[in-house]
Design a protein around this ligand. Structure first.
Ligand code: SF4
Ligand code: MG
Length: 315
C-alpha cells in the first residue's frame, strides 16, 4: 500500500527583507526534502526553532504551496486536491489550543466545525460523531457544553485533538502538541495520542523541539537542521547510536536538566542558525565540534543505508 505521506524533493523558499532598505533575501525554509512515512507509523521530526519544521508541517497539510517538489498523501498528490477531501484524510493538532479555539463557541460546536465544513454531515449523525470524538479524548458531554476559557490547558488540547479526529482522518500532523503544557499534563496528552494511534490505526507526523518528547511516541525520527533532514533512523537506533554530530548535541541537551527552559541548550554556543544565511559546505560546520577543513567548502552527500540516512563527511 502507498505510504501515508511521501515527500519528493520538497522545497519552500520565502523572500524576506531584514530592514526597510535592505534588498529582499531568499530564505530556503525547506530545502529538497524527500521521505516516506509508512501507514500506521509515527515519524518524529526534531530540530531547534527556525529549522523549518513548522513550514514542513504546513506544506504537508496543504496550508502552504511548495516552491518545488511535491507532497503525496495516501498516494494522492496534495496539490489540486479538493479541500474537503484533504480534510477527511489529514488533520492538524497545533501547539497552542487556546489560540486556535474560538472563545465564543461551546466545545461541542468547535469540535463540530470540520463536519459542518464538509456540508453533508448534519443532524443526528453530526451529534453522534461529536459525542464519539469527545468520548475518545476523555471529555464528558457536560464539558462539551462549556466554553474554552472554562477548561484547563490539557482539556483544551483534548478539544483540539477531538476536532482533528471528528472526520476520522488517516493521518494527523502534530506540531509541538504538548509544548505549551505543564510536564505532568504533557505526559497525559502523549499517552492519549499514543492510545488513539493504536486504537484508530493512525499515522502521525510528530514535530517537536524536544527529543525526549519524540522518543516515547515515534517509530522513526528525522533530525532537521536549517531546512534539511541531516539524520533519519529508527527511534531505538537513533537514541542508541546517533550518527550526526547535531543529533549527538541534541541528545546531550536532553540529558542535561534545564528547569524552566523551553528551548534546548544544545551546548553549541549561542550562535543561532539563520535560515537567511545558510553556511556553505556543511550547513552545520560553524557549530560542529568535530568539523574538518573540507566541511567549510564541501557539502556532505546523503548516505542512505539500511539504518536510515545521514548527511556528514565523517559518517
Ligand atoms: Fe560536522 Fe563536517 Fe559532519 Fe558537517 S560534515 S556535521 S561540519 S563533521
Ligand atoms: Mg514551530
Amino acid at each position: 500500500s502507498a505510504p501515508a505521506i511521501e515527500l519528493r524533493g520538497l522545497r519552500r523558499e520565502f523572500r524576506v527583507r531584514q530592514g526597510m532598505f535592505a534588498a529582499p533575501k531568499q530564505v530556503i525554509a525547506v530545502g529538497d526534502v524527500s521521505f516516506e512515512v509508512p501507514a500506521g507509523s509515527v515519524l518524529g521530526v526534531v530540530g531547534e526553532s527556525g529549522c523549518g519544521k513548522s513550514t514542513l508541517a504546513r506544506l504537508i497539510l496543504g496550508l502552504l504551496e511548495p516552491t518545488a517538489g511535491e507532497v503525496l498523501v495516501d498516494g494522492q498528490r496534495l496539490s489540486g486536491m479538493d479541500r474537503r477531501a484533504r480534510a477527511r484524510l489529514i488533520q492538524p493538532v497545533f501547539q497552542d489550543p487556546f489560540a486556535s479555539l474560538n472563545p465564543k463557541r461551546r466545545i461541542r460546536d468547535i469540535v463540530a466545525m470540520p463536519l459542518i465544513a464538509q456540508g453533508d454531515i448534519g443532524g443526528a449523525e453530526r451529534d453522534r460523531r461529536v459525542a464519539e470524538a469527545l468520548e475518545r479524548v476523555g471529555l464528558s458531554r457536560e464539558q462539551g457544553m462549556r466554553f474554552p476559557a472554562q477548561l484547563s490547558g490539557g482539556q483544551r488540547q483534548r478539544v483540539a485533538i477531538a476536532r482533528a479526529l471528528v472526520l476520522r482522518p488517516r493521518i494527523v500532523v502534530c506540531d509541538e502538541p504538548t509544548s505549551a503544557l505543564d510536564v505532568s499534563v504533557q505526559a497525559q496528552i502523549l499517552n492519549l495520542l499514543a492510545e488513539l494511534r493504536r486504537d484508530l490505526g493512525l499515522t502521525y507526523l510528530f514535530i517537536s523541539h524536544n527529543l525526549a518528547v519524540v522518543e516515547h511516541i515515534a517509530s522513526e525520527v528525522a533530525v532537521m537542521y536549517l531546512g534539511r533532514i541531516v539524520e533519519r533512523a529508527g527511534s531505538e537506533a537513533l537514541f542508541a547510536a546517533p550518527r550526526h554530530p547535531y543529533t549527538r548535541a541534541l541528545l546531550a541537551s536532553v540529558l542535561t536538566p534545564e528547569p524552566g527552559l523551553g528551548v534546548p541548550d544544545v551546548g553549541l554556543g549561542d550562535v543561532m542558525p539563520d535560515p537567511a544565511n545558510i553556511p556553505p559546505g556543511c550547513r552545520f560546520h560553524p557549530r560542529c565540534p568535530v568539523a574538518i577543513p573540507r566541511c567549510a567548502t564541501e557539502t556532505p552527500k546523503v548516505i542512505a543505508d539500511g539504518r536510515g540516512l545521514v548527511e556528514c563527511h565523517l559518517a
